[in-house]
Design a protein around this ligand. Structure first.
Ligand code: GCU
Length: 421
């Protein structure tokens, strides 16, 4: 008897535990859920014009996402100084200028620097730019030998030559396939990119990066409503924007945020919190990015908070396996960007990021854009693969994997020509 009970407990625990970790990819197994209406306030009031949206609904949504999803930035901190550490008039086959600008931040005895790599087309005086973080260092985005290798922490990766958490020459240019720089330059756009771990190392540890700048004595991690890493990285993008406003080569009214995957989540949050950004591109951002959480398909809130406990604020954990209780969903994050253009892109094989949920998010954000007379996603039917819908709210699903491809960049440039330039 005793043995049977122990056996049953074992089977139950195993099954339950396993079920928790198995991702669902079946649309038929999506739990019933009601998607919160972007145009009805938490108190049930209808919002029918842009003024009410801006005065009532947008602020309450922004506040909820700030305190319960990504986390508050504790205090303001301006750039202490910046320095152009390298520049050239002869980059990208002579068509662009290159500049590497180091921004420095100081508080008490703490210091943090990050370097923005900037390419600008020589053919344009005051260039619109794409901007966003890279995963493995500025030197990986092109084969340009003059790009400085960051000495910030990096996750070890033998095939990329990352040893002892340090980036090396071996990875120069390894991600040039993800950054169509020459296409951008030829189309009259610049690029500004930063290695994201210079702002905060991507590990479950709040001892380094920007977080400790605001700790009280003996504090070792942010408060439960305070910023996780995504919010810290998006803070870094806003500080880069502070710099862009000072650079006469850049048109600061035409800065388009771009981000892939976790860095797509970051760009969406930066676009929602900082209205100086002209437009946002989310490439395969998935859970905690463009994908609807309540669908619980692919990666879920519980799963992401377990695997990456440092990305969101601690309050977000209240929704682990409890998405039903969320009074918001990610279509409202997209709506926070309105009326500025937003582009959500998915990849057919990227089931983990829930392409259908990313599409629906763009569709359900559309009513907010319509308050401004802007066109979004006209139908709930997903477009065919490689058939972009390009409006102020845009969407495409391309063939292939979780990645950034030339196809993606061709669409982003075409769209930016129409809605940003
Ligand atoms: C993991 C994570 C995703 C994230 C991705 C990435 O797959 O689960 O949420 O988007 O990493 O950033 O590459």
């Amino acid at each position: 008897m005793k043995k049977t009970i122990i056996f049953l407990i074992f089977v139950f625990t195993f099954q339950f535990g396993f079920a928790q970790f198995e991702a669902n990819y079946d649309e038929n197994k999506i739990p019933d859920f009601e998607l919160p209406d972007p145009l009805t306030t938490f108190k049930g009031k209808k919002v029918n014009n842009a003024k009410k949206w801006e005065k009532k609904r947008r602020p309450e949504l922004l506040k909820f996402f700030t305190q319960n999803v990504y986390g508050e930035v504790p205090e303001k901190l301006n750039i202490a100084s910046f320095k152009v550490i390298e520049e050239s008039n002869d980059a990208i086959n002579g068509k662009a200028t290159r500049k590497q600008v180091e921004l420095s931040f100081k508080k008490n005895d703490l210091k943090l620097d990050f370097t923005i790599l900037i390419y600008l087309p020589k053919s344009v005086e005051n260039a619109p730019i794409f901007t966003g973080y890279n995963f493995f260092g500025n030197h990986t985005v092109s084969n340009d030998v003059n790009v400085i290798i960051s000495d910030a922490w990096a996750r070890n990766n033998e095939s990329l030559g990352i040893i002892n958490n340090q980036l090396t020459e071996q990875s120069r240019g390894v991600r040039d396939n993800r950054w169509a720089i020459e296409k951008m330059i030829d189309s009259g756009y610049g690029l500004a990119t930063i290695y994201y771990c210079e702002i905060d190392a991507d590990m479950d540890d709040f001892a380094d990066g920007i977080h400790p700048f605001f700790y009280d004595k003996n504090q070792t991690q942010p408060g439960s409503a305070e910023w996780g890493s995504i919010s810290a990285w998006s803070w870094g993008l806003s500080r880069a924007m502070d710099y862009f406003e000072k650079d006469s080569g850049i048109d600061e009214s035409k800065v388009i945020l771009f981000g892939h995957s976790r860095l797509g989540k970051t760009s969406l949050w930066a676009g929602a919190t900082d209205q100086r950004f002209a437009a946002v591109i989310s490439n395969d951002s998935g859970c905690g990015g463009a994908a609807l959480s309540k669908r619980k398909i692919g990666e879920t809130v519980g799963r992401i908070n377990n695997s990456f406990p440092h990305w969101f604020c601690r309050n977000f954990r209240a929704y682990n396996n409890n998405e039903k209780a969320l009074p918001v969903d990610q279509h409202q994050l997209l709506a926070l960007i309105a009326p500025r253009p937003v582009y959500v892109a998915s990849a057919e094989e990227d089931k983990w990021a829930d392409p259908h949920g990313e599409f629906l998010s763009a569709f359900y954000a559309t009513p907010v854009y319509q308050l401004y007379g802007k066109e979004g996603i006209p139908s709930i039917e997903m477009p065919e693969v490689n058939q972009p819908i390009q409006n102020t709210v845009s969407y495409h699903i391309r063939t292939g994997k979780h990645d950034v491809t030339d196809f993606d960049w061709e669409q982003y440039i075409k769209w930016a020509d129409q809605f940003v330039k």
